[in-house]
Design a protein around this ligand. Structure first.
Ligand SMILES: Cc1ncc(COP(=O)(O)O)c(C=O)c1O
Length: 404
């Protein structure tokens, strides 16, 4: 047996006799208590959860924040409970604001990332013939939403891996500027992180608004990018509750957004743009749970979590990269914990996803082309572990996939 050191703290143990690559992260021999405590802070998983990009596993603290408020609603009356939770709700907005680099008053709570985009497009005053510039990796349902709102689409030029080309962007904004630029900061369907901060700088210099879909980015990478609008969901990498989304507007957008709002949007108790864009009837317990999840991330140190997630993603791609019957989709070195696998031997991806769950207790996603119709051509299997993932987990997955 020979030991081959890899790049991100991964060691490859190559058993030539069996011809099986068995790889292990350094953390399995030298456990980091921080990521173990992340796991211990959550209820015991039923199996191997490798599906954070669909929905992450909430901590007990988040679950308690949700259930405590639901209980208070039943005991005090829902609207009295809302008044009693005013400070905690303000703290939720402040914590999300810190993660997005947006003022607390610019944070609106809605039900999901999709609702956030629709709310934004309803409020944003478009002129006839307005256009939005998007990259090929754009989340498919967003493309449908742009079309529904009558927006024409302009293609952003990208490099070979799919990152927006900044020089080409500068040229586009100087020669024929679209009404807005929209990027999905972290792609859902493969490892791809857009240079959102740099894109924001180019857009600001050209005076073109930048909207960022941070559904897969919040809690995963730095989302304080300087964009004009950022929207996201609670349930993925931040591991907050389902059914809560966030729409955040920078101060320079407030007047533009207010122009289209009607009296029904106004909240006499809170005149911020965040309150005006928030859904009226709402799962307040979920908003408190989201606030708890955001505060937990801030206490843990976002930079360390983002670095760990990038390392977990690279380790996943390295370990699965030696499979004969699956091809890892690149770029493999990307700072994303999302990995996508393409069948190399004609496997039925839906069937594999079901068998991983049924026979191996492993949760993954079978991804259909609608997720990124301009960047995908066939079904792929997505694996998206969180910070607590160990080398043993990845070796288990590798063995399961090799056997299917
Ligand atoms: C990149 C991206 N954008 C938007 C969404 C939609 O989020 P939601 O289901 O909260 O509407 C998703 C969901 O997976 C996503 O991955």
């Amino acid at each position: 047996m020979q030991l081959v050191p890899g790049s991100i703290g991964v060691f490859q143990l190559w058993d030539q006799r069996r011809g099986i690559a068995c790889l292990a992260m350094e953390t399995s021999t030298d456990p980091d208590p921080r990521w173990e405590s992340w796991r211990r802070a959550r209820p015991e998983p039923l199996g191997l959860h490798l599906d954070t990009a669909a929905a992450g596993r909430s901590s007990r603290a988040v679950l308690s924040a949700v259930s405590d408020h639901a209980l208070l609603e039943a005991r005090a009356g829902a609207y009295v409970a809302q008044e009693m939770a005013a400070d905690a709700l303000a703290a939720s907005r402040a914590a999300i604001g810190r993660l997005l680099g947006m003022p607390e008053g610019g944070i609106a709570f809605v039900e999901s990332a999709s609702v956030a985009l629709s709310t934004l497009l309803q409020a944003w005053p478009f002129e006839q013939g307005a256009t939005v510039a998007v990259a090929p990796s754009e989340w498919g349902p967003n493309l449908a939403t742009f079309t529904r709102h009558g927006l024409g689409m302009v293609d952003l030029r990208v490099d070979a891996d799919g990152h927006v080309d900044l020089a080409e962007l500068e040229d586009l904004l100087a020669s024929s500027p679209p009404s807005m630029v929209h990027i999905t900061q972290v792609a859902s369907h493969r490892p791809l992180v857009q240079p959102a901060t740099e894109i924001a700088t180019v857009c600001r210099q050209a005076g073109v608004p930048l909207i960022v879909d941070a559904a897969q980015a919040l809690g995963h990478v730095d989302t304080a990018t300087g964009a004009d609008i950022i929207y996201a969901t609670s349930r993925k990498w931040l591991t907050g509750p389902r059914g809560v989304g966030v729409l955040a507007a920078a101060p320079q957008c407030s007047d533009r957004l207010r122009a289209t709002l009607t009296a029904s949007h106004q909240d006499p108790a809170d005149e911020t743009i965040g309150a005006a864009l928030s859904s009226r009837e709402a799962h307040l317990a979920g908003r408190l749970g989201l606030g708890r999840a955001a505060q937990d991330l801030l206490e843990m140190g976002p930079a360390a979590v983002f670095e760990r997630l990038a390392a977990v993603g690279r380790a996943t791609r390295r370990i699965l990269g030696s499979l004969d019957n699956w091809r890892v989709i690149g770029p493999t070195d990307e700072a994303s914990a999302i990995t996508a696998l393409e069948p190399a031997a004609g496997q039925d991806v839906m069937g594999v996803r079901s068998r991983l769950l049924r026979d191996h207790g492993t949760v993954t996603t079978a991804q259909q082309v609608f997720r990124a119709p301009r960047d995908m051509s066939s079904l792929t299997l997505r694996v998206s572990p969180h910070v607590d993932c160990t080398s043993d987990d990845l070796v288990r997955l590798r063995e399961a996939l090799a056997s299917l």
